[in-house]
Structures are given as C-alpha cells and as structure tokens.
Design a protein around this ligand. Structure first.
Ligand code: PHB
Length: 542
C-alpha cells in the first residue's frame, strides 16, 4: 500500500461530503493525473499512471494527449513528463495573490545581505505552503521549493498562522494528526516521529508566537535546520497574509542565537514589506487567455476523440485568474475565457470540489494555494540548460546535426557550452558541456557579443541586425555553424543556441534555408518555457 497523500486524504473527505451533481468528471480525472505526476517528481509511465489514478489505460491516454496538446506534458520515450507550460496554472494563483511580485525583491535583498535563505509562505489548511524562495546554494541545508507543503506543527510559520486558528481548525488538525501521526502525507518533509507530547509542544509554540509576534523552528523538520519567522500583515485588515522566514543551519547559527543574529534584520525587512503592501500600485490586469474557441476546434479536429474538451476548458478557467483578477464570478470567468456561462460555472464548481478554488459566495471564486500542486515543486527549481535539453534533443534529431547551448564567460572573451545534444552519425561535432571556445570565432559567441545596446564593430552590428550568426570554417576547416539568441523575459540574450555541421554536408544556402528556421523555432520554444518558469522563480542561466 503506498502511503496516503494529503491529496488522497482530502479527496476522500470531500467525496464523503458528497460529490455535487454538476462536477465535470474529465476535469477531476485530468487534475488527478497532474497531481500524481507532481507527486512522482514530474514523470510517470502510462502504466504507472494507470495504477496511481485507478483509471483505464484508454482514459489515461486521452487525458495525456489532451494535456500534451495544452503544452502541460510531453511524451518522452515511455514516460509522461510534466513540462514548464503547466506552470501557467500556478502562475495564475501567484499573479492573483500579488505577494511574490510585491514582496519577492525584499526577500531576495535580505537573503543577499545576510547570505542565508529567505522564504515567504502562506497558510494552507493545517499546513504552510511556500510562495517564494530566495535560496542560497549550500552544502549543509535542505531547502524547499515554491509549492512545497509542510505540516504547520513542524515549522515556524505554522505556529504563527495557528495563532489565528478557530476551534474547528484545531479539531481538523488533531484529526489529521490522529490519522497520519508521522505526517507522511506531507511529501516535502521527511516523516517525523509521532512524539507523544507533540500536540502540547505545538500548542506551547503557538502560545509563544502569539506573545512574541515571531516564531522559531529549532530542527523541527530536520536535524540542523533552524528558522526564525515573522508574519507580514495586511495594512487594511491587520491579518497576516504571509510569513517571512530566514532559514539557517546549526553549523552557522544555533537556534537560541537567531533572536539576536537574524531576527532584527528580518523584522526590518518585514516592516519594509508591509510598507510595500501599503503603497502598492493598483494591479495591472494582463491580457486574458485568447483564442480558446478556435484552439479548441482545431484541437478536436486534430486529435478527434482523444481530445477531452471539458478537461481543456476546465483548466483554462484557472488561467482566467491573475493580476487584477483575484476573484471572478461565473459570468466574469466566462467573459475572460470565451466559454459559455454554464460551462464556466460547472468548471468553477468542479475546481471548488477539488480544492483548487474557494467559493466565497455564488459570485466570488478565488484560486487556492493548492493550485501549486499542479507541477510547481518539481518544476520550480530548474536551470536554463535543463529547460533547453528536450528542445535540443528534438532539434538534433530533426536536423540530424548536433545542437548546443552556450553562455559567455564573465569576461566575455569565451563561450562555455551549457547543454548539448548529439546527432546519430559517427562523424559529427561533439559538444562537451563545460568546454570553452574563443567567443569571437564562434557563431554562439557572436550572437551573444552582438546583444548590447552600445556601438558594435561592423561584423557584430550585422549579426545584431539579422538576429543570427554564421561561422564558416573559421574555427576549423570544414566546420560550419549557425546560432541564434535565447532571450529572457526582459529581452536580454541569456544564452545562444546553435547547430554545427560540415561544409561538405550543407551549403551556405542550406544553412540559411533549413538550419536557421529550425533554430529560430527551437529558440522560441525554449524562450516560452523560460518565460513561463521565470515569472515567479529564479532560473539560473547555467
Ligand atoms: C524554509 O525552508 O523556508 C523554512 C523551513 C522551515 C521553517 C521555516 C522556513 O520553519
């Protein structure tokens, strides 16, 4: 028997409470598939999905075909793999919440200043869920990812949130502890001992948190991990909207010292965060998801009965939320997505049933932190090379030529390969990740050197104007390569993508006519993944 997950436990409780008649079955099953993939770390074979969901193979196949069409999964060999596109669902929650956008830079600055990790967490039932992480790369420390859920009683933020719990919330917490004493449902945390006095100890920490206005985690999650936390209050309601924490290790800070070592700076930063909430400009609603009707028709045409339309429509309703659209009525959700009001309403009721949205009344639905269960933890910590790799493999396979990704070294004299995919042929250019070459002699280096606002020498000015670079037998006789930039959300070239070939295999015309369009298309795909992922997470370029 696999351990029961938080989701299963909740789903059962909800099912026990009665399934509303209007619930859209395919949407429930599709969300189940996304949750199982997330719990598994991002990938499962179709037969493992069959076992994990209890669905028939044909149903699993139709759901994954639909999710693939939406850009949420891809089929990689035998596995169904979550793709960065799915992060648009959690992004909708984080954008609607606004806290990462308004407070994230303060958390990052504090982490830089003290060289310790800083996180922001919100309350989620009797757990806490991370919405921002400014993580230091350290050997000695676990760190959690955006979307990770931890049991309240084993964290410092949990004690602060519990100061606001009602009697009902305390009984729900006790019931959960009785059912799952080691907290195995919380996959992000190593299971903890079911200490006999855990309840009394937590109640005592909550009492102190109420008295002090801050809380301590002295190795509640893991030996060595210590944290100090302060709530961030909403300037209008005075209620805590999230908790800011500084996380350290006993090798650097003993828990008893955190009060004097880290707490004062954390408090100053939280005051600045509360100031940022007070002076926040009005939200700027982004564009609504466009062209859904045409897209749905085309998808049905292409996939036939493998396209589960009600699943696609239901998930699209999640993306109707966002900055400036934190609460929607069925009519507003319908208007934003182009769905009929009846369809939008059924989707909202189903998503409410699944715990992904909360109904405040008939006219106001909001997303819950649980939307982050749809892909965030496994995908929120990645790097540009990891994002690019499946695209490089597809490109190399399509052209039967090796493809590579590279960045400039800090002194801008060399390029360094960060990812590569080989071609099947024996006689081919080999890409070694980490290897360096002189920037000016490579197509990769030239597109990167050309990405500046300043004046450029003639050759690079031309590269900038045309958006690609060609190196023709400059590094080595017979070696020909074409490169294009990969741009971040701000438009800066953060890496370059190239394909290398042999002069005997491809004429210059062929390079321009065949390689270049394929490169451009691949760069667009990598950029789409990068822009979705980096909206609320830091994606290192190497
Ligand atoms: C964190 O990883 O940010 C963290 C962990 C445990 C806590 C607080 C914060 O108690």
């Amino acid at each position: 028997m696999p351990a029961m997950t938080a989701v299963d436990a909740d789903d059962r409780a909800r099912a026990g409470a009665g399934t509303p008649a209007e619930v859209v079955g395919p949407l429930v099953r599709g969300v189940g598939v996304l949750r199982r993939l997330t719990e598994a770390g991002g990938a499962l074979s179709p037969s493992a999905l069959e076992r994990a969901t209890g669905l028939a193979r044909s149903t699993v196949d139709r759901i994954t075909a639909t999710l693939a069409r939406m850009g949420y999964v891809r089929l990689d060999g035998r596995d169904v793999v979550l793709t960065p596109g799915v992060l648009e669902l959690g992004n909708a929650y984080l954008a609607a919440l606004r806290l990462p956008a308004l407070l994230g830079a303060h958390a990052d600055a504090l982490a830089d200043e003290l060289d310790e990790s800083v996180s922001l967490a919100v309350a989620d039932g009797d757990g806490i869920r991370f919405i921002h992480q400014a993580t230091r790369r350290r050997a000695l420390s676990v760190s959690f990812r955006i979307g990770d859920l931890l049991p309240a009683e084993r964290t410092a933020p949990g004690a602060l949130f519990a100061t606001e719990w009602t009697d009902g919330e305390w009984s729900r917490w006790r019931a959960r502890r009785a059912q799952d004493p080691e907290g195995t449902a919380f996959r992000a945390a190593p299971p903890g001992p079911a200490a006999g006095d855990a309840e009394a100890a937590f109640a005592e920490r909550v009492r102190r948190a109420r008295r002090d206005g801050w809380a301590l985690d002295d190795q509640l999650i893991e030996p060595g991990l210590v944290a100090v936390s302060v709530p961030v209050h909403d300037p209008d309601t005075g209620r805590p909207v999230c908790v800011a924490s500084m996380v350290s290790h006993t090798s650097r800070h003993a828990a008893a010292d955190l009060r004097t070592s880290l707490l004062p700076r954390l408090r100053t930063a939280v005051r600045a965060m509360e100031g940022a909430l007070r002076t926040a400009p009005p939200p700027a609603p982004g564009p609504a998801p466009a062209g859904l009707a045409a897209w749905t028709t085309a998808s049905k045409h292409e996939l036939g009965r493998d396209f589960v339309e009600s699943l696609a429509r239901g998930l699209t309703v999640l993306t109707a939320f966002g900055e400036g659209r934190p609460a929607l009525s069925p009519a507003e959700a319908a208007r934003t997505t182009g769905l009929s009001r009846a369809t939008a309403r059924r989707a909202l009721l189903t998503l409410d049933h699944l715990g992904l949205i909360a109904a405040h009344d008939e006219h106001a639905f909001t997303l819950t932190p649980r939307v982050l269960d749809l892909g965030f933890p496994p995908l929120a910590r990645t790097s540009l090379p990891r994002l690019a790799e499946p695209h490089l493999r597809a490109l190399a396979e399509r052209l039967d030529e090796p493809a590579a990704l590279a960045v400039l070294t800090p002194d801008r004299t060399e390029i360094q390969y960060t990812a590569g995919a080989g071609a099947g042929r024996v006689l081919t250019v080999r890409v070694t990740v980490g290897a360096r070459l002189p920037a000016a002699a490579t197509s990769l280096g030239r597109v990167l050197l050309a990405d500046t606002d300043g004046p450029l020498p003639p050759g690079l000015a031309e590269v900038r104007a045309q958006g690609h670079a060609l190196a023709d037998e400059e590094l080595e006789s017979g070696l020909r390569s074409v490169a294009v930039p990969v741009r971040d959300r701000t438009g800066r070239a953060v890496a370059a993508l190239n394909v290398a070939t042999h002069a005997a295999r491809r004429t210059l015309d062929d390079c321009a006519g065949t390689l270049l369009p394929a490169l451009r298309e691949t760069a667009t795909h990598i950029e789409r993944d990068l822009h979705t992922t980096s909206r609320f997470t830091h994606v290192p370029p190497t």
